[in-house]
Design a protein around this ligand. Sequence first.
Ligand code: API
Length: 284
Amino acid sequence: MNQFSFTKMHGLGNSYIYVNMFEETIPESLLSPLAVKVSNVNTGIGADGMILICPSKTAPVKMRIFNSDGSEGKNCGNGLRCVAKYAYEHGMVKDRSFFIETLSGLVKAEVTVENETVTNVTIDMGKPRLKRSEIPMVGPEAERVVAEPFAVDGQLYEITAVSMGNPHVIFYVDDINKAPVTTLGPIVEKDKRFPEGVNVEFVEVVNDHELHFRVWERGSGVTQACGTGACAAVVASVLNGKTARNKETVVHLAGGDLTITWTDEGNVRMTGPAETICTGVYYY
Ligand SMILES: N[C@H](CCC[C@H](N)C(=O)O)C(=O)O
């Protein structure tokens, strides 16, 4: 019987099973099936996926994220805040500000510490990618996708697409509580116009610095929160003239609030909590 130690953590209810790969060894071929198994609330531990905290040549730690369907994502905002908390509290970094490597590049973390516990984390998520080829989305490579007509499921919508290293498509709604998250979400997630699939976000604009937000995640379905998605929603809202550039915007997600700014320098900064739920041993 094989086993590995894990820590279950969450960012605004977006929970993952974290595995410290400085201490554990899991064959690469088992990572995807294990992400499916550990995510199952009945036969596994229960989470939105699995996140590996790995050695890196370019930063103190590297994050890899697997969705609950076993697919590997390229970035994870809530995950980054939890990885930053884990790394600081486990003495893997000494400073309160440090880099984390992701599959979509380096990001910078800054932890807030009270009584040796990380209570809040700011991640500089870098610059959003806005060209179709970067989302990726089919169509003229250098074009942006802002308020573009999008026919799907027999209806005509308007979409804005943003990558934060992973693909996001944003639909604006008048009432977040009536957003078609579980009906339209799974259809758009696998729409062929997004060759790598897409995270699907629904946004209700409150004012020029406040949004309501719900998400159907690629590979995980409905989650309580999506950090990269919230960043994409803020960028989309600035591009659509609905929120202000370089101004702290509060995004209300099902699991709580994130504060996000798309700075004039071009980077997106996200601040929010990260919490440890439990530790344990998983047998497989
Ligand atoms: N929940 C994550 C996003 C996971 C993205 C993943 N669903 C994908 O891109 O495939 C977050 O906080 O940013």
